[in-house]
Ligand binder design. Sequence first.
Ligand code: 5GP
Ligand code: MG
Length: 180
Amino acid sequence: MAPLTGILSDLDRVLLSAEEIHARVAEMAAQIESDYAGKVITVVVLMDGALFFVSDLLRQIDLPIRLVTLGASSYQGGTESSGQVKIQWPTGACFADENVLLLDDILDTGLTLSVLRERLLIKKPASLRTAVLLDKKRPRSHDYPLDYCGFEIADEFVVGYGMDYQGRFRNLPCIGILKP
Ligand code: 5GP
Ligand code: MG
């Protein structure tokens, strides 16, 4: 793949290279495949940040998968959480008696996933687990039970591999920290 040197030059440093991400995502896929053997998974993805994570992860899981994409936001384009969560539910999704696997790019304050998890549990899934690529180590306002986590990172704002700053940098193949 071409190195995208144009947008890379806006990074202060690379936190996780594309190779590191792909190796870890492959391990997560293998773990999930073995944990869900014999089952159908309903994967609920928070867009748009988890776009590349879900695409790389699911293509390595050899099981039947139903895919449900949701829009949810607690950030409104800046670098700090606004404290409110908006969820856009798709029409026609059921979740009752399904094995739901919730996927997100990053667990930060835990607000988004906590709200979504509560609302999904009301629909009585057979099981509900959560996988995130990144777990930000910061004092959590919402303690969240994670089942699968790619990497623990420090409390810094990251971009790339699906994650944006004001709509940009999602297409970076690595994950990095922007210049101040
Ligand atoms: P939470 O509700 O856990 O505070 O926020 C979760 C959401 O905020 C993530 O799914 C992600 O979309 C966004 N977010 C949190 N931290 C970062 C970050 O460092 N960079 C980017 N681009 N988004 C983040
Ligand atoms: Mg998100």
